[in-house]
Design a protein around this ligand. Structure first.
Ligand SMILES: *[C@@H]1O[C@H](CO)[C@@H](O)[C@H](O)[C@H]1NC(C)=O
Ligand SMILES: *[C@@H]1O[C@H](CO)[C@@H](O)[C@H](O)[C@H]1NC(C)=O
Ligand SMILES: *[C@@H]1O[C@H](CO)[C@@H](O)[C@H](O)[C@H]1NC(C)=O
Ligand SMILES: *[C@@H]1O[C@H](CO)[C@@H](O)[C@H](O)[C@H]1NC(C)=O
Ligand SMILES: *[C@@H]1O[C@H](CO)[C@@H](O)[C@H](O)[C@H]1NC(C)=O
Ligand SMILES: *[C@@H]1O[C@H](CO)[C@@H](O)[C@H](O)[C@H]1NC(C)=O
Ligand SMILES: *[C@@H]1O[C@H](CO)[C@@H](O)[C@H](O)[C@H]1NC(C)=O
Ligand SMILES: *[C@@H]1O[C@H](CO)[C@@H](O)[C@H](O)[C@H]1NC(C)=O
Ligand SMILES: *[C@@H]1O[C@H](CO)[C@@H](O)[C@H](O)[C@H]1NC(C)=O
Length: 459
């Protein structure tokens, strides 16, 4: 920071300044650290997964409930191998039977003689059934292997349900105890669930809309995502290029990890290796830990943004998503991109599009995803491991420019994970654009503070 001034000249004013304005610095620091934790998602501030239990009937020793997992997140979906829902029973409840889902472990049911329950665990873990389950074990919204769409991408498939018959439980709305300590893996860590809250019983409207029935009792649990909790290393990176400069700005080196020198460790796979096919085919499919092709960025996913053409009133961008992961076919992938010109997106080819903030003041964020049965499956690393689209934007003469990297995206998320961008000063330059001054907000603040300290000390 203040390198242009001599140190001795500055020390005393800064000390005086610190004693009087230390709180201000603390405030500034706390603001910046808050924005960097990503706990608050500006694109989807109320995004959450809500789990709703509806008691549909009482049984001699308990109740039958339908549990529905609603994904109210605009762009984060639950991909294979799907969700895992857990909780702790408040008393000695058991699960007699289930439809549309199953407990992963039966637990110790040795106390039961005549009929054996489905699960006697104090802390059951439930998973969805797989597609192709016999009809007599299904209920509506079940049996998709735990895969749930994001709310904007496909609202009709943004929920997943199962039914369970609970025994050794209360049999009235006064004696039922709600389960505690809900946990959700969707898949893997990242979600924190609040306590179950008893809410107004859900009303069900019949298909012909002529009769309304209601649950006997309903409770809701809300789970929120935090990238900090998921503690994932980045999973994607962004590279840039343009028609006006032949430089291709690659993903930053080590965006998602660094190449291990020891080739035997198997941290990445050389695509030219002689036994590639046999190495890859020995792996478990759709494993959550990626097995990436060796690259400088080591990311499973790269998003390339190419500024392709410039017309009088329009300009065109080509977006390419490349899969470097041998372990994963990304089903129902999605991309969130932020650019100020998304308010004037005129045409998009071969991807679906929805504005993420259609009613906000700023309409600059887009959700893009593949066309069903055409490119909604991003294949594993290899020759067909990529999908492409072109975007046509209408220019606004006042804001449009190729200078200072304006034509490049501000942020990109792939499947809900923030992608690593190249540093702004590496963006392709416009030829003869002269001196470019990119001033970061922090630099601006520090320069301001230095100037302030200087004035204060000598006033
Ligand atoms: C969860 O999402 C729904 C739908 O967007 C919203 O109505 C609700 O307020 C959210 N809940 C929380 C606790 O944010
Ligand atoms: C339980 O049921 C009674 C009527 O049967 C109702 O008045 C009461 O509000 C219900 N309580 C809860 C928590 O749903
Ligand atoms: C629920 O979780 C809290 C905090 O993690 C713990 O203190 C409590 O014992 C747990 N309750 C049960 C019934 O497991
Ligand atoms: C409970 O969840 C359902 C479904 O997600 C929702 O419609 C309802 O508004 C929620 N109730 C409360 C009080 O949050
Ligand atoms: C191994 O690592 C060293 C230092 O980290 C580096 O100089 C060298 O190029 C690396 N070798 C390979 C094959 O990546
Ligand atoms: C991806 O899909 C293709 C075609 O359905 C299949 O051959 C391949 O084994 C899948 N790969 C993984 C990692 O699941
Ligand atoms: C945002 O963009 C979408 C799609 O182009 C459009 O339908 C919507 O009206 C826009 N909203 C605002 C506030 O400009
Ligand atoms: C979008 O286009 C309209 C006219 O078509 C223009 O008034 C508006 O300023 C444009 N917005 C941007 C950000 O280019
Ligand atoms: C292209 O952009 C790079 C920065 O990424 C810059 O170093 C180079 O000078 C530019 N080329 C031209 C012809 O302006």
């Amino acid at each position: 920071m203040c390198q242009h001034q001599e140190t001795g000249f500055l020390i005393s004013p800064i000390m005086g300044f610190l004693s009087k304005f230390g709180f201000l610095i603390l405030f500034v620091l706390s603001c910046t650290s808050f924005t960097s934790t990503e706990a608050y998602d500006p694109v989807d501030p109320t995004g959450n997964i809500t789990i709703k239990w509806d008691i549909m009937s009482w049984t001699p020793d308990g109740y039958v409930a339908v549990v529905t997992v609603f994904n109210f997140q605009k762009y984060r979906h639950i991909q294979a191998p799907g969700w895992q829902l857990g909780w702790t029973w408040a008393k000695k409840e058991v699960i007699w039977s289930m439809l549309g889902g199953q407990a992963t472990e039966q637990g110790d049911c040795s106390k039961f003689k005549a009929t054996i329950p489905h699960c006697c665990n104090k802390k059951p873990t439930i998973v969805d059934l797989l597609p192709g389950t016999p009809y007599n074990q299904q209920i509506a919204n079940c049996c998709k292997g735990g895969v749930v769409s994001s709310w904007l991408q496909d609202p009709a498939n943004a929920a997943s349900s199962f039914q369970l018959s609970v025994g050794q439980a209360g049999t009235t709305n006064k004696t039922v105890r709600v389960p505690k300590n809900f946990t959700l893996k969707a898949p893997g860590p990242g979600y924190t669930c609040g306590p179950a809250k008893i809410v107004k019983p859900t009303k069900f409207i019949s298909a012909d809309k002529r009769r309304v029935t209601q649950a006997l009792m309903t409770w809701n649990v809300t789970c929120m995502y935090s990238q900090f909790l998921a503690q994932k290393t980045p999973t994607c990176c962004v590279s840039l290029s343009s028609f006006y400069n032949s430089t291709i700005v690659p993903c930053p080196t080590c965006s998602c990890g660094c190449q291990n020198n020891n080739t035997k460790s198997g941290h990445c796979i050389d695509p030219d290796a002689p036994h590639l096919a046999s190495v890859v085919s020995n792996l478990a499919t759709n494993n959550l830990t990626p097995l990436v092709q060796c690259t400088r960025h080591m990311c499973p996913i790269r998003v390339h943004w190419h500024v392709k053409l410039n017309y009088k009133e329009y300009w065109r961008v080509k977006v390419t998503i490349t899969n470097f992961n041998y372990n994963m076919n990304y089903s129902q992938w999605n991309l969130v991109a932020q650019h100020p010109n998304f308010d004037n997106l005129t045409q998009i080819f071969s991807f679906n599009y929805k504005s993420l903030t259609p009613y906000g003041d700023i309409n600059d964020t887009a959700l893009l995803w593949g066309v069903k049965f055409y490119n909604d499956l991003l294949m594993e690393a290899g020759p067909s491991g990529n999908v492409q689209s072109e975007l046509l934007f209408q220019k606004d003469a006042e804001t449009f420019t190729f200078e200072k990297g304006w034509a490049f995206p501000r942020r990109i998320y792939f499947n809900g994970d923030n992608c690593v961008m190249p540093p702004p000063d590496a963006y392709p330059w416009l030829p003869n654009s002269g001196l470019r001054q990119l001033i970061s907000p922090l630099k601006l603040i520090m320069t301001g503070l230095c100037a302030f300290a200087f004035l204060y000390g000598y006033a």
